[in-house]
Design a protein around this ligand. Structure first.
Ligand code: ATP
Ligand code: MG
Length: 331
């Protein structure tokens, strides 16, 4: 059983990323052969600064290691160090439908948010994401709920490839958590918490100081009622219940029972304390790991070497199946 997921080095990662994705990455190490990468080649599809990108890659890597990824128990690397990802992306573009890419909601949202250039790379983003997963023949992709459409597309691409060129690629399944797959912005609980699209006050960063975490949670937007109840017409309170349930490892019903009659103020205070406790150890380990850039580079290059062992073989099979390049035996 092979697990693959990637995470963007755009800005600093937030509580939504942590609960929806990173938490699952850590678990994946016990469930199969886990492969994770920091997707710098995806990050260049929107406006960015080269120097900031490089340091954001280190920030994200140190965050993941601080959260519990262990390069001894998973393959952990930087996407651009394994050129097979971008090579497969191009080959897969010939079995990806333009119309399907044009319907991707993430593309529409992000294209709309760009000030000047809407890059072709942003349009191709889901094809590179398909290549990331398919180049390892991964069985499972842990992601948040917003990635459902992209995973469907990569499955279609794999199926179409196999139908056209013969059984070569594995059609992967998504793994979306039942609780916490879509943590909402604390100020605009109709929108998902986001690295690039959210409000600063509504986005709890994994590396925020405890005081800042508590302040953001205590000032979360809620409805005018007072019942701590998970319900469709209570997006703000429901979001806080979801966060508390994950962080404390309890069910919604248990949260509702615990705070029956307590009022929003007391509930928000308890959520704030719980999240502060949850993130504090990560933040401490991060500081130590982030200081050692040479150590992070060493981890990346060891990881890329292991990743390439798999990717090179799959690329060989893909080229042979497609009739690209000379006939060759596997190494
Ligand atoms: P952007 O908004 O720029 O796309 P992002 O916040 O979605 O950034 P990514 O690096 O694209 O961050 O996502 C990393 C992982 O976190 C993905 O698996 C994604 O599904 C998950 N994720 C992102 N936002 C949330 C959220 N609000 N709740 C739960 N999971 C999330
Ligand atoms: Mg995203």
């Amino acid at each position: 059983m092979r697990i693959f997921s990637g995470i963007q080095p755009t800005g600093r990662k937030h509580l939504g990323n942590y609960i929806g994705a990173i938490r699952q990455y850590v678990d994946g190490q016990d469930r199969g052969e886990a492969i994770y990468c920091v997707v710098d080649a995806h990050a260049i599809t929107v406006a960015y600064e080269p120097d900031t990108l490089r340091s954001a890659v280190y920030d994200t890597a140190a965050t993941l290691l601080a959260a519990g990824l262990d390069p001894g128990r998973c393959i952990f690397f930087r996407q651009s160090d394994v050129p097979e990802h971008t090579e497969l992306c191009w080959l897969l573009s010939s079995v990806t439908s333009f119309g399907e890419l044009n319907r991707m909601t993430q593309f529409k949202d992000k294209a709309g948010a760009q000030r000047d250039l809407v890059s072709a790379g942003l349009f191709m983003y889901p094809v590179l994401q398909a290549a990331d997963v398919l180049v390892y023949r991964a069985n499972e992709v842990p992601v948040g709920d917003d990635q459902r459409q992209h995973i469907e597309l990569m499955r279609d691409v794999a199926v179409r490839f196999n139908a056209r060129f013969g059984e070569t690629l594995v059609v992967p399944e998504h793994r979306i958590p039942e609780v916490g797959a879509r943590i909402m912005d604390l100020q605009v609980p109709e929108n998902k918490m986001s690295t690039t699209g959210g409000t600063p006050q509504g986005t709890v960063l994994v590396l925020d100081e405890p005081k800042a975490v508590a302040k953001k949670i205590r000032s979360a937007v809620t409805d005018s009622g007072s019942d701590v109840r998970h319900a469709p017409d209570k997006p703000g309170i429901s979001n806080l219940i979801e966060i508390y349930a994950v962080v404390r490892g309890v069910s919604f019903e248990e949260v509702e029972r615990e705070f029956d009659g307590a009022g929003y103020g007391a509930f928000k205070g308890a959520v704030a304390d719980a999240v502060v406790d949850y993130l504090a150890p990560v933040r401490e380990r991060y500081t130590e790991l982030r200081a050692d850039e040479a150590g992070l580079e060493a981890a990346f290059s060891a990881g890329a070497e292991k990743a390439r062992e798999i990717a090179v073989e799959v690329m060989h099979d893909v080229r042979q199946a497609m009739g690209v390049g000379p006939v060759r035996d596997r190494r």
